[in-house]
Structure formats: structure tokens, C-alpha cells
Design a protein around this ligand. Structure first.
Ligand code: S3P
Length: 165
């Protein structure tokens, strides 16, 4: 019992888009742990953070990951911070984990951090950089395959993954 493939990577790496596309091509369900957490809590992740704090979100996320990894035959996408949990990293061993890598500039663009407002968005961009640098070794640790996503269409990325599954 195992997901077909598990996608990890920072916000803006395209996990949800690529996972949905891969699932469609492979004709299997797409499961996303962020969506599972939201469905279970009955509210948006942003509201969980505001109402109950990050630690509570991480606990919900961990439970969603344990449940999802026990599933079978799905394409699974994890939230960007899932790999911060050592138990999750250990659980990912043996699974077909794909790290969707992305540059800071491209990730910032994809999550809507336009460079046109540097004063407003500079801090957020710096936070994204810090987060990506700190997490890179953790994504690499769990990944069987790393795919560079900059300058590629979702179709190209999905094909690259399929060719190496
Ligand atoms: C998070 C990324 C989000 C979501 C939550 C925390 C993170 O998922 O799980 O807001 O810590 O990087 P995406 O990577 O899909 O944006």
C-alpha cells in the first residue's frame, strides 16, 4: 500500500498543479494533504494559523500525512513545510518522492510576490528565501528524484516525472 508518487517542494514549486496533472494522466486519484487538513478542520489553512497557531496546523498536517501515506495508488502532494517533521521524513523513506525544485525568483512569481512593489513585498521575499534555503537539504534528503521546474510547462514537468517513475 503506497501512493504512486509523493510530490514535495517549497510554496510555488507547482506541487498541486503537477500532482493534479500526473493523476489525470495516470488515471488515479489526486490527494493533497493541505486539502485534507482544510476538510478535516472545516476552515482554510490561513484561518487555522490565525486561530490556533502554526504548531496546531503542523499537528493536523502530520496526522493527514500519516493517513495519506497509508493510502494506495494515489498521486499525493504535501504542503511545503511537511518535511520539517523528522517523523514525516522517516516515513517518506521507501516512497517514490519527487522534489520539485524552483528558484527563488520563480517561486516568488508563482506565489504572487511581484517585484514591482519591493518595499511592500521585500520582507516576504526575504522570508521565502530563508525558508527555501533552510528546507532545501530536507527536500533533498527525502527525494528519490529532483526535477528542476524553472522555465518548464506543467506538461513538460509531468512528462519528465513519468519518464523516470
Ligand atoms: C506551508 C506551505 C503551504 C501550507 C501551509 C504551510 C509551508 O502549502 O501547507 O501554509 O510551511 O511552507 P504549499 O506549499 O502548497 O503552499
Amino acid at each position: 500500500m503506497s501512493p504512486v508518487v509523493v510530490l514535495v517542494g517549497p510554496p510555488g514549486s507547482g506541487k498541486s498543479t503537477i500532482a493534479a496533472l500526473l493523476a489525470e494522466r495516470l488515471q488515479v486519484p489526486h490527494r493533497d494533504t493541505d486539502q485534507d487538513v482544510e476538510a478535516g478542520a472545516g476552515k482554510a489553512i490561513s484561518d487555522i494559523f490565525v486561530d490556533s497557531g502554526e504548531a496546531h496546523f503542523r499537528a493536523l498536517e502530520r496526522a493527514a500525512i500519516v493517513a495519506a501515506l497509508a493510502g494506495d495508488g494515489e498521486v499525493l502532494s504535501l504542503g511545503g513545510g511537511a518535511i520539517l517533521d523528522a517523523a514525516t521524513r522517516a516515513d517518506l523513506i521507501g516512497h517514490t518522492v519527487v522534489f520539485l525544485d524552483v528558484s527563488l525568483g520563480e517561486a516568488a512569481k508563482r506565489v504572487g510576490l511581484s517585484v514591482a512593489r519591493p518595499l511592500l513585498l521585500g520582507n516576504v521575499r526575504t522570508q521565502l528565501r530563508t525558508l527555501m534555503e533552510a528546507r532545501r537539504p530536507l527536500y533533498a534528503e527525502v527525494a528519490k528524484l529532483t526535477v528542476e521546474t524553472d522555465g518548464k510547462t506543467p506538461d513538460e514537468i509531468a512528462t519528465e516525472i513519468q519518464e523516470q517513475l
